[in-house]
Design a protein around this ligand. Structure first.
Ligand SMILES: NC(=O)C1=CN([C@@H]2O[C@H](COP(=O)(O)OP(=O)(O)OC[C@H]3O[C@@H](n4cnc5c(N)ncnc54)[C@H](O)[C@@H]3O)[C@@H](O)[C@H]2O)C=CC1
Ligand SMILES: O=C(CO)COP(=O)(O)O
Length: 353
């Protein structure tokens, strides 16, 4: 099965797609592997600007991208011959984008999801959406599933573009596939660990966005570190409960894709989810968030889907429920803390998993 990797296509020229493509091109240069990297974006003018300047000014002003990195707005050109396809579009756009792309995806190509969200309507994780779209009469379900991979961890794109040292996790159904993907991005400033717990890696990444929004609300309300640490710790407890109910391994949630990403996202002003929470606390209406912020804050759309999934599996997620209540105007930001603190008393460990 193992095709050697000669070409990597990254779909989505936003913040993470651009940073990831840079990393793959840097890895190819450092290892002299000869892997070529192409970044595809839908906005023709922006891609033309990238070609002309060697930079993606809309996301990383002034940052020179590797000379070997190619840019295109032509999906067929990006996907033809690509052995690895990296999906860096937001969660709610993935299915539509993949439906268009799939005609040009090579049958052996490994698909890597970078998005941290659940699909509205279906409640599916991104790896499940990819499997659903790529399965057709020609390919058995398990053959498609073996080609699906997810990458998640404490990976704020702006820090990665600045080449600050970072680790992450690549999970696939086999170590072999995870390792092939890890090899294309393991460079001097990025260390991907491998694993096979796709569910744990995805749930860790997508629920921490919801918890980060809650921490952002604490920040906007000028609550201090005790409040934020309490939300983060209990947030990890409810993330773990959901992940385990879905079949994840407990260790994943205390690793990079769980605790690691939670710490980074909840602590950093660079996080869009954290920023969204702060803006809500400052009086911005949930419906106005996309207008006020020019980038994706996945938790706004994913939080209600997480809550629904948790209810379906009989998992208690009070912080997520409180965030959903704020986003749907059922609870005011000032009433968030009383709502969380006023719940019935519990044993800490008994209610952790
Ligand atoms: N930015 C970051 O630091 C990180 C982001 N992520 C995840 O990566 C995913 C993408 O996020 P970002 O790159 O940050 O978002 P972004 O908002 O910076 O960029 C998203 C890009 O996707 C494009 N896009 C949207 N819908 C599309 C469609 N239907 N077809 C083609 N392109 C489309 C947009 O034009 C934009 O260029 C999210 O799920 C996010 O949670 C994960 C780790 C780090
Ligand atoms: O996932 C991220 C860091 O790992 C990025 O978080 P935001 O989407 O909140 O910016």
């Amino acid at each position: 099965m193992a095709h050697s990797v000669e070409k990597v296509a990254v779909l989505g020229a936003g913040s993470w797609g651009t940073a990831f493509a840079k990393m793959v091109a840097d890895t190819a240069k450092e290892s002299a592997s000869g892997v070529s990297t192409v970044l595809w974006g839908r906005n023709e003018q922006r891609i033309a600007d990238c070609v002309a300047t060697g930079r993606n000014e809309a996301y990383f002003p002034g940052v020179a991208l590797p000379e070997s990195l190619k840019f295109t707005a032509d999906l067929k050109e990006a996907l033809t011959g690509a052995d690895i396809v990296v999906l860096a579009v937001p969660a709610q756009s993935l299915r539509t984008q993949l439906e268009v792309a799939k005609q040009w995806i090579e049958p052996h190509a490994v698909m890597v999801s970078l998005a941290k969200g659940l699909e509205q309507g279906s409640g599916l994780r991104m790896s499940e959406v990819i499997a659903e779209v790529l399965q057709d009469g020609a390919a058995s379900a398990s053959a498609v599933e073996q080609r699906i991979c997810v990458l998640s961890g404490p990976n704020l794109a702006k820090e990665i573009v600045a080449e600050q040292p970072t680790a992450s996790v690549v999970a696939a159904s086999t170590e072999e596939v995870a390792r092939r993907v890890a090899e294309i991005c393991a460079c001097s400033y990025f260390r991907p660990y491998t694993g096979t717990d796709i569910i744990g890696v995805e749930i860790g990444g997508l629920v921490k966005n919801v918890i980060a929004l809650c921490v952002g609300i604490c920040e906007g309300k000028n609550y201090g570190d005790n409040s934020k640490a309490s939300v983060m710790t209990r947030g990890l407890a409810e993330t773990t409960r959901l992940a385990l109910a879905l079949g994840a391994e407990p260790a994943t949630l205390s690793g990079l894709a769980g605790m690691g990403d939670l710490i980074a996202t909840c602590s950093s002003p660079l996080s869009r989810n954290h920023t969204a929470g702060r803006l809500l606390a400052e009086g911005v209406q949930p419906a106005d968030l996309p207008k006020v912020m020019s980038q994706t804050a996945e938790s706004v759309k994913t939080a209600p889907v997480v809550a629904e999934l948790a209810r379906k599996h009989g998992v208690e997620m009070p912080i997520t429920e409180a965030v959903v209540a704020v986003l749907s105007h059922r609870v005011k930001v000032e009433d968030l803390a009383p709502k969380l603190l006023g719940r019935s008393l519990k044993n800490e460990n008994a209610s952790r998993a």
